[in-house]
Design a protein around this ligand. Structure first.
Ligand code: SF4
Length: 284
């Protein structure tokens, strides 16, 4: 893993494409992701973004944006004004191209510094999305943030299987992610489990019953329609679909998403969001 330090002029990126309907801005405290070599990195769509990778292998590099908090503060007024005028509210997705709680966060504290800056200059809505159970270590800070802005924490739990044969292990154990969700929800935070991308689930009824116990809502995001292409083209170029099909051939079709949505709705009525609707907070 190559780790380097860098600075950025404006850490607040105005969203485009599919994310535009979710938040006005995205914020990446790091460039690259040290979870890229884990299971989630196999199908991760960011690996196809040459602007980010610059030819480097996904998961092999992490650029630490040491001035991210200062950049947030410096650009806050202009970006908040722009968002409230053009996008109705100033809302931030943290993060869409890295994970805010990569292991290096607990040494560099870039995400922590950004969240602290938000206490002084809050957005209208913050969506904090991570694959890591370690988000719960920031609970006191998140609780304070929840008092000054609308905060939604998305914890990604793609399946109930700790291992998918042929693929690397998860970056964070599933059991620990469930525990983290329970902790966040118990503290009064709006907690959402993002089943993204939806992987074959061994015991769907038990899985969604567990989700219902620890989260306010669930997002079901299949790689088809969910990876930025209508047919899941980007993901089809990776090892993920074959590994999924080897467990359950139906899991690589949208029929699987419908089937899982119906089961999820039994346990979370009115609290199931499908693909982009879920990320945007539109649940049914
Ligand atoms: S944590 Fe997110 S950004 Fe990082 S490799 Fe996994 S899916 Fe990609």
């Amino acid at each position: 893993m190559q780790i380097s330090e860098t600075t950025i002029r404006n850490v607040l990126t105005r969203t485009s494409g599919y994310l535009k309907t979710v938040t006005s801005h995205s914020l990446q405290p790091y460039r690259g992701c040290s979870f890229g070599g884990a299971l989630c990195g196999v199908g991760c769509y960011v690996q196809h973004n040459g602007h980010v990778t610059r030819g480097r292998e996904w998961g092999s590099f992490l650029e630490v944006r040491t001035n991210a908090a200062q950049s947030y503060a410096d650009n806050y007024d202009r970006e908040a004004r722009w968002a409230r005028k053009h996008r109705s509210r100033f809302s931030i997705f943290l993060s869409s191209a890295t994970d805010p709680f990569v292991p290096q966060e607990f040494c560099y504290g870039i995400t922590r510094a950004v969240l602290e800056a938000m206490l002084k200059q809050p957005p209208d809505l913050l969506i904090l999305q991570t694959h890591s159970h370690r988000v719960a270590e920031y609970l006191p800070l998140l609780t304070r943030l929840n008092d000054v802005c609308k905060l939604r924490v998305h914890l990604t739990i793609e399946t109930d299987r700790e291992r998918i044969p042929g693929l690397p292990p998860h970056c964070s154990p599933i059991a620990k992610r469930f525990e983290a969700c329970a902790e966040l929800k118990a503290a009064g935070l709006w907690t959402v489990v993002a089943v993204s991308p939806l992987l074959p689930i061994a015991a769907p009824h038990e899985f969604f019953a567990k989700v219902a116990a620890v989260a306010d809502a669930v997002i079901l995001d299949h790689f088809i329609e969910g990876d930025g292409t209508a047919t899941g083209q980007r993901t089809q170029r990776t090892a993920l679909p074959d590994a999924m099909a080897a467990i359950d051939p139906c899991s690589v079709t949208l029929e699987y998403r419908s089937k899982m949505s119906r089961i999820a709705a039994d346990y979370l009525p009115g609290r199931v969001g499908v693909n982009i609707d879920g990320f945007a907070g539109r649940f049914q």
